[in-house]
Design a binder for this molecule. Structure first.
Ligand SMILES: *Cc1c(COP(=O)(O)O)cnc(C)c1O
Length: 369
């Protein structure tokens, strides 16, 4: 039995695709197609097709994608944007970066996503948009969120950084927002070998504006219609991502099988609260997050037993030093606070062997004894 389980194994993922990836990299170098060019265009077109959107505009990373999206939606000074209280900081820091004001909304205890029942009480005359995050790979309650946004004339940016190919009522995430953003950070379900990100939309005007913002405000050399930024995916990342993209569906199926095994085999372990999938959606298991009352002891025990694990995320956004000025209290976001002290992500990656998974499960059971 393999008594050493990493949290993920990106080197093994590379080795499994070594020939294809090495060839792709050589070709980019041979053509000196480092910035934009055919490899980037090919990836944009492949990704748009895969997620069933009309436009895909690549950029430097998933954080830039969120920033560019808000700029393209004309965010103005002090416009308020509602974001979930538990996410990676990109979701909230980009609101401030773009000139807006962050308004946190508590998450649901069991889905970890923004609680749609709490959104409306956060809406003021200054609110312009909502950023649902499909956290850990499970889609948010998009029907409820879309209907609130329509009622109050707000935009939606879906943060799909953890949810490539996840579906809600048969439709892929990324199809509900005015713009949706993706990250291809190496550890994401579709990961580059460096930083990369993208925005997708069906709206032609928004697509054009996004493209301009990401490219110094213009599409032609020497022509700058507006001020923008420099945020591009490089040719090497695009070529690598085009190779990996062909495997994403298969990897997602394997993730789902591994998650089913965990759910089945941990069912009787009383101390472990396993993740719950809400109705009418597919979870793509970017992370398999369990809750445990003795989370910190469990973390030590897993470490002693050479099992990789991560806490995503140990401090919910409102309680971070960066947001101290808001003076938020645990009771303001009680579910996010409850979860931050109990969650722990255990290994789940497509290259994981059955023996590795059984070792993780038996170790978890041993901790309970
Ligand atoms: C990874 C991630 C991002 C940002 O992506 P980067 O490519 O690392 O900038 C944004 N939101 C969420 C929820 C993420 O997990």
């Amino acid at each position: 039995m393999d008594k050493n389980v990493p949290f993920a194994d990106l080197n093994l993922q590379y080795l499994n695709l070594k020939n294809e990836i090495d060839n792709a990299i050589s070709l980019v170098i041979k053509k000196s197609a480092f910035i934009r060019g055919p490899f980037v265009e090919e990836f944009e077109s492949n990704f748009a097709k895969l997620v069933e959107r009309k436009h895909c505009i690549s950029c430097a990373n998933g954080t830039d994608a969120l920033f560019i999206a808000m700029k393209a939606l004309d965010i103005k000074n002090d416009d308020e944007v509602i974001v979930p209280a538990h996410s990676w900081i990109s979701t909230s820091e980009t609101v401030s970066m773009a000139g807006g004001k962050v308004v946190f909304c508590d998450t649901e205890k069991d889905s970890y996503n923004i609680d749609p029942n709490l959104i409306e009480e956060k809406i003021t005359s200054k609110t312009v948009g909502i950023i649902p995050v499909h956290l850990f790979g499970q889609p948010s309650d998009m029907d409820e969120i879309v209907s609130i946004a329509n009622k109050h004339k707000l935009w939606i940016i879906e943060d799909c950084a953890q949810a490539h190919l996840a579906t809600y009522k048969g439709k892929q995430v990324g199809s509900f927002g005015h713009i949706s953003t993706f990250s291809f950070y190496p550890g994401k379900n579709l990961g580059a070998m460096g930083d990369a990100g993208a925005l997708v939309t069906d709206n032609n005007d928004i697509a054009l504006k996004v493209t301009k913002i990401a490219r110094h405000g213009g599409l032609k050399k020497g022509q700058h219609d507006i001020e923008g930024i420099n945020s591009r995916m490089d040719g090497l990342q695009a070529a690598i991502l085009s190779v990996k993209l062909k495997h994403l569906k298969n990897w997602t199926e394997i993730r789902s099988d591994l998650a089913s095994n965990y759910l089945h085999l941990l069912k009787d372990v009383k101390s472990i609260n396993s993740p719950k999938v809400k109705k009418q959606r597919t979870h793509v298991w970017h992370l398999f997050v369990i809750r445990h009352e003795k989370r910190n002891n469990l973390s030590t025990f897993l470490k002693e037993n050479n099992i990789g694990h991560v806490i995503n995320y140990p401090i919910a956004l409102p309680f971070l030093e960066a947001y101290k000025k808001f003076k938020h209290k645990p009771a303001d976001f009680s579910n996010a606070f409850y979860n931050q002290n109990r969650i722990i992500s255990i290994p789940l990656f497509p290259e994981m062997t059955q023996a590795q998974q059984l070792y993780v499960i038996s170790t978890l059971k041993k901790f309970e004894e």
